[in-house]
Design a protein around this ligand. Sequence first.
Ligand code: ADP
Ligand code: ASP
Ligand code: MG
Length: 366
Amino acid sequence: MKILKFGGSSVADSEKILNVVKIAKQKMLETKTAIVVVSALSGTTDELINLANTAKSGKDYSVSLNNLKDRHILCLKEISLYNLNSNSNLKDTENIVASLFNDLSQKLNGIKLLKEVSSKTLDTIVSFGEILSSNIITFAFNISKSDNSENTSATFIDARNLIITDQSYGNAKVNFEITEKNINKFFENKFGIYVVTGFIASSEDGETTTLGRGGSDYTASIIGSALNVSEIEIWTDVSGLYTADPSIVKKAFPQNHVSYAEAMELSHFGAKVIYPPTILPALNKDIPIIIKNTYQPEAQGTIISKQINKERKTICGISSIKSISFLRLEGGGMVGIAGISKRLFSALADKKINVILITQASSEHT
Ligand code: ADP
Ligand code: ASP
Ligand code: MG
């Protein structure tokens, strides 16, 4: 069994999706089952958030909504040009896409009328991105079914039926006990290709939740670790975890091997090539995570595992975060007073604010 995750940039358009299909089908030469976790078409999640905010402000969003629909339909139609089977399949998927956009349109209308969008509603709105992409990608797998055996046919899977979370909308916490049971039960004796929606999940009472921005990596890790696969493959637009963000630092280079701890630190501090929570399920089961480049599958990529890279003489990498708040608490009234830190951090915790770095003057004045 193989698990592969393809990010938004890897499924941005028809040509890229067909490349994904090629990579995943290649894997079917080595295994009977491939689970392919996919993100929304690149930029779609941001666009859906914009649509919700525009609807909330009461402004007209119809042009943007139509553009998004056209992009998805065009992508589907372009894929269908490679259809080696009959056209009926296209009609089915076209109907699914059209009905998803109808549904989305109604939800946006509701937001417009209420002039309000809760984090719960926003999760439902953004979930359309992954549901749309997964349906289109399932279709892309199935059009070339005739090129060899039956086991390369694909099935669409809505991760909301598998991954169960709490109700922290926007960044829900996974209930691993129930989720692992669901995943194991579902994939027992299953063969073929399964295209799974990344990023989205559901609460115990069936409401749509999401795993946080960039959360499709986490979906792959949750499923891969539940099934105890031998490795979790994250396919993206760069050849691994670099020494720095390659889009900013031209001299950065990919590392062949980093430890879970190093990857965790770099990703928490901004190396967005891997979504930080992804590491933990893999680490707990000692499953390596491999980062590969969709556009250069032959490139080695990066292995993230428990092994420490002993050959590396210098630091592992540099990362940075753009939007961060710096808070300084200062005043004579704090000197020698016990419990000040407790009050400060309790106040932050009450508002669910994470603290990533703490420093205190020895005088306790600041
Ligand atoms: P995907 O759509 O596949 O999930 P992301 O955009 O989330 O891809 O992550 C890939 C991007 O992460 C790269 O294009 C790169 O600009 C950025 N990035 C930031 N830091 C690093 C790093 N240290 N190594 C590799 N990529 C990084
Ligand atoms: N589509 C989601 C996002 O843009 C999840 C992901 O791409 O991993 O955050
Ligand atoms: Mg990502």
